[in-house]
Design a protein around this ligand. Structure first.
Ligand code: HSE
Length: 294
């Protein structure tokens, strides 16, 4: 049995720390009984720890402690498709993976609220975690408990990612943010985040460009991403509905029609390359399922 956890993109410009979407790009975890914990890694994240410092194992053990079962060592085979430290939720896949491994391997029944409590011990932001657990597009409300609403992301939309070949940790990308914002900027974001959800629900994709404008995080973080303005411009010129920083960056995401996804992806990659930044493109769709076994 394999455990598949979707990567995620979050924020969508104005929906900072609020919007998250599961993607059809997975980290796959396989577990084999063993005398001691061990890890084998294929694909992304070759430098991730292969001992008990591996995040999946650490979270598994903590989940066992919280849910009251004895950890059973396993050999973990990770087939990672989600690039690490790029704003695509790779840490969330490990956290959700460790928790789902505990629940699945020990045949437990644990409600989502209790799973989330463990997850929050490892990552304080819900917008990667929730879609990795439940799938779809999730509006997350942080209240110490479980307030969120999930909708299906329109299947006619494509998500194109230009992934530069450098990493940016979420910690670093949060350090550059301001602790306080003006009323004007708060209103600016509330208006656009609300517009974003209504545009998705009514299929008015021409509104998405305005809806992803942001004043809370992107103006500061974009300075850490060489070529950001040029890539954004290239995405729009090639016909994207919306272009924004994926999560904390440095990956840049575009929402497109299926027809324009190819040209938007090429334009964004070339724009990065014009700034001497090597980049690759991922052409994805929304995933309606959260973590699942197969
Ligand atoms: N919303 C978070 C951020 C996502 O942008 O920092 C990364 O956890």
């Amino acid at each position: 049995m394999k455990l598949l956890i979707p990567g995620t993109t979050t924020n969508f410009g104005a929906g900072f720390d609020t919007f998250g979407l599961a993607l059809n790009l997975y980290n796959i975890f396989e577990f084999e009984e063993s005398d001691a914990f061990g890890v084998e890694i294929e694909g992304e994240g070759k430098n991730l720890p292969r001992d008990e410092n591996n995040l999946v194992i650490k979270v598994y053990k903590r989940a066992c402690e919280v849910f009251g079962v004895r950890p059973e060592p396993f050999k973990l085979k990770q087939t990672n498709r989600v690039p690490t430290a790029r704003g695509l939720g790779s840490s969330a896949t490990a956290i959700v993976g460790g928790i789902e491994a505990c629940v699945g391997l020990h045949s437990l029944e644990v409600d989502l609220e209790d799973r989330l409590k463990v997850a929050f011990e490892f990552e304080p932001h819900p917008d990667n975690l929730l879609p990795a657990f439940v799938g779809g597009f999730v509006v997350c409300v942080q209240d110490g408990g479980l307030t969120f609403n999930r909708i299906s992301f329109p299947s006619e939309l494509s998500l194109v990612f230009a992934v530069p070949d450098f990493e940016l940790s979420t910690e670093e990308a949060r350090r550059v943010l301001r602790g306080e914002v003006s009323l004007r900027d708060a209103i600016f974001n509330i208006q656009r985040a609300s517009l974003f959800v209504s545009a998705l629900l009514t299929g008015r994709y021409e509104l998405l460009k305005e809806a992803v404008r942001d004043r809370l995080h992107q103006p500061y973080r974009s300075k850490l991403v060489k070529g950001f303005d040029r890539v954004l411009e290239a995405g729009y010129s090639a016909g994207a509905y919306a272009v924004f920083l994926s999560g904390a960056g440095p990956t840049i995401c575009a929402i497109t029609s299926d027809e324009t996804s190819g040209s938007v992806g090429s334009a964004m990659r070339e724009a990065f390359e014009g700034e001497n930044v090597r980049a690759r493109t991922l052409y994805l769709k929304a995933e309606d399922r959260g973590a699942f076994w197969e």
